[in-house]
Design a protein around this ligand. Structure first.
Ligand code: SF4
Ligand code: SF4
Length: 167
């Protein structure tokens, strides 16, 4: 294998599609939903305890990969801030005002970007793949110093856009 978590530290599409944390077949439904990009069997489960809907299960042993029950997930985003591995995102393919898709991700830099700010969007490797507009930028107390930023992007970028680079 020349791609993937074990090879270069970045999950490949094959790993994500096969992961129980991804919507079945890697297909994100047309509404807000979490996508869990956690493909390493590590002893960790804050995602499971964070989800009030019971949509995430790690279970026993604690090294099991988290699985997502898409039908239970409301896309609330709490798990995004609670994952120490920064491995959970919320994707909304319905877009806002019909303009595009929205991808929400954890953001641990200071300061937070401004809502309405134009930014570059980057993929899992940190490479710039396009541009977007910040639609959400929050760091409430309950998020324990981790911010959550949402950026509107072209729907064609939603599967790859996973963070931003400010201009
Ligand atoms: S987005 Fe909300 S409902 Fe969905 S898995 Fe995360 S915490 Fe649970
Ligand atoms: S909290 Fe994050 S790193 Fe830990 S098991 Fe859940 S998704 Fe994986």
């Amino acid at each position: 294998m020349t791609k993937g978590q074990a090879f270069d530290g970045v999950a490949s599409w094959e790993e994500l599609e096969a992961s129980p944390g991804y919507p079945p077949g890697g297909k994100v439904p047309g509404r807000r939903v979490a996508v869990i990009e956690c493909v390493q069997e590590i002893p960790c489960n804050p995602c499971e305890t964070a989800c009030k809907q019971g949509a995430i299960t790690v279970g026993t042993p604690i090294t099991s990969l988290p699985s997502l029950d898409v039908d239970k997930c409301t896309g609330c985003g709490l798990c995004v801030a609670k994952c120490p591995g920064l491995a959970i995102f919320v994707v909304d393919l319905t877009g806002e005002d019909g303009k595009g898709a929205v991808v929400e991700f954890p953001y641990e830099y200071q300061p937070l970007p401004e809502v309405g700010e134009g930014v570059f969007v980057v993929n899992r490797q940190g490479e710039v793949i396009g541009e977007g507009i910040v639609k959400k930028s929050v760091r409430p107390k309950a998020y324990d110093k981790t911010g959550v930023v949402g950026v509107e992007v072209s729907p064609s970028l939603a599967a790859e856009a996973r963070s931003i680079k400010r201009r």
